[in-house]
Design a protein around this ligand. Sequence first.
Ligand code: WT7
Length: 683
Amino acid sequence: MPTAGSDSTSETEIGVYWKEEELIHPPTRFIAQANMADPNIFERFKEENFPECFKEYADLLSWDRYWSTTLDTSNPPFWKWFVGGKLNASYNCVDRHLRKYKNKAAIIWIPEQEDEPDQVLTYQELHNRVNEFALVLRDFAGLKKGDRVTFHLPMIPALPISMLAAARLGIIHNQVFGGFSAKACAERIQDSESHVLVTCDGYCRNGQLLDKKMDADLTVEEAKKLGSDVKKVLVWRRYPDKYLSKSPMVAGRDYFIDDLLKEFRGKRAEPVSMDAEDPLFLMYSSGSTGRPKGCQHRTGGYLAYVAGTSKYVQDIHPEDVYWCFADIGWITGHSYIVYGPLSLAATTVMYEGVPLFPDAGRPWRIAERLGVDIFHTAPTTIRMMRKAGSNEPKKYNYHFKCMTTVGEPIEPEVWRWYYYVVGKGEAIITDTWWLTESGGFLCSTLPALQPMKPGSAGTGMPGIYPVIYDDGGKEIRRGQGRAGNICIRNPWPGIMQTIWGDPERFVRQYYSKYCMNPNSTNWKDWPWMAGDGAVQAEDGYYRILGRIDDVIKVAGHRLGTKELENASLTTPEISEAAAIALTDELRGHVPVIYASLKPGIIPSKEIAEKVVANIAKELGPIAKPRAVYLVPDLPKTRSGKIMRRVLASISNSKDYGDITTLANPDIVETIRKMVQGDKAVNK
Ligand code: WT7
């Protein structure tokens, strides 16, 4: 496998190492029941029929008012979808299913502790809870349409309830991944200008009870330093009438949600009819510069797109028990645990904990017990489950009909284990390539219509027209074995609207490189650059190679090198830092930090440990580096640019190539000896 990241092998090299894999055809049993087995779909969604083809997705929703214009391109690249239409996302995911499905499980929540009972929310129960909490947000917290509310919640039922309650009133939710630090949460509160924080007292992870309310106190403090005033902290209790946290409740600021709910028991909050273009939520994501950006997603286009892709790619029927083993704190969970499946009246399973708790059989026991038939997870989880229990799936009597992989490239070997062992050779696999920015899948096979190829993300989804450009903007055609920058030539309903508060950055980041004419209102002049390297095989299938910008994907989580470097620099002894991606068997990549010290400071284990602690504090424990090397100097170009590529080659034991043009070529050998000679200060 070639490595991903900004510091990886050259494009041609990547192409050369790629071996073609065999095609695997879907079982007839799958095709017979598939939502999309009509090959005509490719015809219906081809370019001549764009953008009207997306009516097919929008028609999966219930609209208060039908739209008049499918796509408005008058102000590129700020596309508008289903203009004139009105709808409510919460209504579409809950209310409209009551007539037929009120007694059906909407959400089944599995606590990490195996002896603790599941919580099953029927559509009726979900409706009750969403309405009651919406009233708390509206009548107690004073929030209204267009306001932002920040959630810092782990995988507990309160999270989807909170999201749907906000969506019901047009309050823009901003869920921050539960594993992110208080500081990261505070930055997102400040950037989104929210004044209400919704959190919980605690949750279970890897057999431990974690105190979440403590984080909230820190978050409020950190937000204050950034000039942001958190007026109210609303605290869900994991077990009502038990308080799991050690942190005291601050009078006039902190409130237990179960107390507040008493006033609203049985009451209803009318869903607010939203314009299709009104924002539904923000999801912050790392990019090439320091600050994470708030990807702003629209109501109509987003919901239509996730409903369509959930139905046709994940093959969700209302009868299915669907388990997306991801965190709702990421876009995967928003789109494919909450909004997609619930818009289709599915039963969506949520698991609180880690894959291997208490042992490697856990995921398969859950699948067996609940009769899960659709399973969705990330390569890093698949690798972990394979390593810890490659024969475990055989011991359990579950049967999947389809499985999805998402978040990073999957090695063909790992793919085959997923297919033959986890899927028992009975389930199709969709390898879905997409991003926080895209709202939903961009490339995948349509499972009943296209064969699978291990390690390949298939073709562009219906209505998605990818293209690969080289750095000079020349198209790299299929079958050349050469990689380039994958772009999507057209807008689609799920694409983010803009970067919250920074529309210029939106244009710069995704469009400036390949825009053909900035004055044009024709979408064909505005290819969207995803930020990934990719190769297209002769048969049209794309293989995604990983990020070409300064983003490191760690266990499927996206981290910016700049964020890691900024966090390292909060250590007073550090003068300069460079973050690079080290290839890792389980996690895909892990960060490694190279840092130089201020004059007169002597390297020590303590300083290196401080760097690790500061990164965990600034960004969260998921960002912890594997190693911190305190080096005399960082390799630099004559213009002073840090050569991360050279450092990455050293860490990954690869040839670092020609360094003669560097300002300080000698340092490279010194660093190499430190690292490969195993003299790291901290390993
Ligand atoms: C980056 C986006 C998409 C939801 C979860 C991640 C990588 C995503 C695949 C795949 C190879 C993939 C890309 C992309 N990626 N899916 N199927 N094969 N790489 O969203 O955190 O915004 O990350 O994840 O590098 O750019 P995200």
